[in-house]
Unconditional design. Structure first.
Length: 105
């Protein structure tokens, strides 16, 4: 299992809309993520800074890298572009985070 984390930014007036859209995640988006080896995916919001912290666990880096090329992912990005910082291809502006600590039981 590979752990990944990143930060993105949602517009300050769109916190609830961001949550609503994820509460209603398209079934085909969920199926695609699972088919590409996503084991766990969580997103947290820091309301004070509008920053989103995404944490996910994947089975394989190569399968995960294929997600951005799927039709459903591109549709999801287009759906989300009006409420968050995005790149010209509609993908979220995102910075990968480096792991600096981990505790296991």
């Amino acid at each position: 299992m590979i752990r990944k984390a990143s930060v993105m930014k949602v517009f300050s007036d769109s916190h609830e809309e961001y949550r609503r859209r994820h509460d209603e995640l398209w079934p085909e988006m969920k199926e695609m993520l699972l088919a590409h080896g996503v084991i766990h995916y969580s997103i947290f919001l820091d309301e004070a800074s509008d920053l989103l912290f995404a944490y996910l666990e994947v089975e394989d880096e190569e399968r995960w890298a294929e997600v951005s090329g799927t039709e459903v992912c591109k549709r999801w990005w287009a759906y989300m572009k009006d409420i968050m910082d995005t790149n010209p291809d509609n993908s979220p502006v995102s910075r990968d985070l480096k792991s600096v600590f981990e505790l296991h039981a």
